[in-house]
Design a protein around this ligand. Structure first.
Ligand SMILES: Cc1cc2nc3c(=O)[nH]c(=O)nc-3n(C[C@H](O)[C@H](O)[C@H](O)COP(=O)(O)OP(=O)(O)OC[C@H]3O[C@@H](n4cnc5c(N)ncnc54)[C@H](O)[C@@H]3O)c2cc1C
Length: 420
């Protein structure tokens, strides 16, 4: 295994908390840099955001979720059981403070800063994955770069997204406007015609997100790393250092610690005094196995909050956003199946596989990424929200640099873990 610009490795051992795509990419990046890694993960693979993901790399990845036009419409959105955004009980305890912070993050200036922070990570998504996986050709083969399409059912939908497209272009995203005839040619299987579309030419997708996690895990274990299926309950400190983490079954020591526990990171971050403004924003996916539909390019229907992705062995439809509900995704799964029927009519498939997972959604749409201000051997890497698959490899490389005492390739001040 090659090293990534390694100078003198400072710590010898690293403990990564969380084995979703962020934790796996981080663990793998640290293994490549010669560290002895222990990865702790509490839960089943099918309850991760990383398993429910649509798999798109760099689709609309520079647009923050919070914006001033959302607030007047929010109550109507949350009460509409058929819409892209819904609420279910129990609601997250910090929902009010999260929304208040989201209100600030949606103001013009703050929103521009969030877009820039998203672009800094998101637009490096494809290349950083290629770079991270340079020694893992079978994992790299799961990535395809065919672009993706924004689907607009009406000219009104296309117009509503035009200001977001202007922001995307301002960051250098290569977009091509498409008319109804172009969309018909590109999407022959669609029975619900589009009035217009936009092609995001540099986007890519992962054909098998679970396969990617499995291949990363295998590669990590292949370096001699340990995988421990336990939940981390708390950190133990001596002066300004973390010395171990405690689980129900014991303590695990290391030289350096990286918190990558997705939306549950805020529970552990609270022990460090951080009031992380993040909620679990549940989403779901349905994969129609052995569907014969001819879809080569992923499709994003932003007005419905869904994506359709060609997947190995089928067709995956995913998305929606449920605040609360503690993982009860039945309504979202039923809605996704309805969406598929509306898009493709009665199509053939043999069976379906479903996943639901909580996106770790921050109020300002940005990840929490960097060294802890009070404990200099503890690093944060979570809160990647809608675009964690896209941002995983670049975030992992940033953590790898920080752990080795190297300057990260980009300015990471916008992602300070202690902001609230
Ligand atoms: C429906 C849907 C569609 C999406 N589509 C896209 C897309 O097209 N492109 C894109 O870039 N992103 C997409 N995303 C977002 C992306 O999937 C997430 O941002 C990303 O998966 C988050 O990864 P994670 O590792 O932080 O969290 P997770 O995948 O949730 O993993 C967190 C892990 O931490 C573990 N954990 C939690 N607490 C502890 C603890 N105390 N001790 C030990 N382990 C712990 C959990 O068991 C879990 O395995 C989508 C998300 C959803 C839900």
């Amino acid at each position: 295994m090659k090293s990534e610009g390694l100078k003198t490795p400072k710590p010898n051992t690293a403990l990564v908390i969380g084995g979703g795509i962020i934790g796996l990419a981080t663990a793998y990046s640290l293994c490549r840099r010669g560290l002895q890694v222990t990865l702790l993960d509490e839960g089943p693979v099918d309850q991760r955001a990383s398993s429910a993901t649509a798999g798109i790399i760099g689709g609309s990845s520079v647009i923050p979720w919070a914006h001033s036009k959302l607030w007047p419409r929010l109550p109507k959105h949350l009460l509409n059981r058929e819409g892209p955004l819904r609420a279910a009980k129990p609601l997250p305890k910090n929902l009010m403070s999260f929304l208040m912070r989201g209100l600030q993050a949606g103001c013009t200036e703050a929103r521009a800063a969030s877009a820039s922070g998203l672009a800094n990570l998101g637009l490096r998504g494809w290349d950083s994955w290629q770079d991270l996986l340079c020694d893992l050709p079978d994992a790299r083969d799961l990535f395809v770069q065919n672009g993706c399409l924004f689907y607009y059912e009406s000219e009104k939908d296309a117009f509503a997204d035009s200001s977001s497209n202007a922001i995307r272009r301002s960051f250098g995203m290569d977009l091509t406007e498409l008319d109804a005839a172009d969309m018909r040619t590109l999407l022959p299987s669609l029975t619900r015609p589009a009035a217009a579309g936009v092609a995001v030419n540099s986007a890519g997708h992962v054909v098998d997100p679970i396969g990617l996690q499995e291949k990363l895990q295998k590669a990590i274990l292949g370096t001699g790393a340990k995988l421990v299926k336990q939940r981390v309950n708390n950190f133990e400190f001596v002066e300004n250092k973390v010395v171990s983490v405690a689980t129900d079954e014991g303590c695990y020591e290391a030289d350096t610690f990286i918190l990558c526990a997705g939306c549950r990171s805020s529970v552990l971050a609270a022990q460090l005094g951080h009031r992380t403004q993040m909620i679990p924003a549940w989403g779901a996916s349905v994969t129609f196995r052995n569907s014969k539909l001819d879809l080569r390019i992923p499709l994003l229907i932003l007005s419905d909050g869904i994506a359709v992705t060609p997947a190995s062995g089928g067709l995956r439809i995913s998305g929606l956003l449920q605040v609360g509900g503690a993982g009860n995704a039945k309504a979202m799964i039923a809605a996704l199946i309805d969406h598929a029927k509306r898009l493709f009519g009665d199509f053939d498939y043999t069976d379906i596989i479903t996943f639901a997972g909580p996106r770790p959604l921050s109020a300002d749409s940005l990840a929490f990424l960097g060294v802890d201000p009070a404990n200099d051997n503890l690093y944060h890497n979570y809160g990647h929200g809608h675009w964690g698959l896209t941002q995983a490899a670049i975030s992992a490389q940033i953590i790898g640099d920080l752990v080795l005492g190297l300057d990260p390739k980009i300015d990471i001040s916008a992602y300070r873990p202690h902001r609230n």
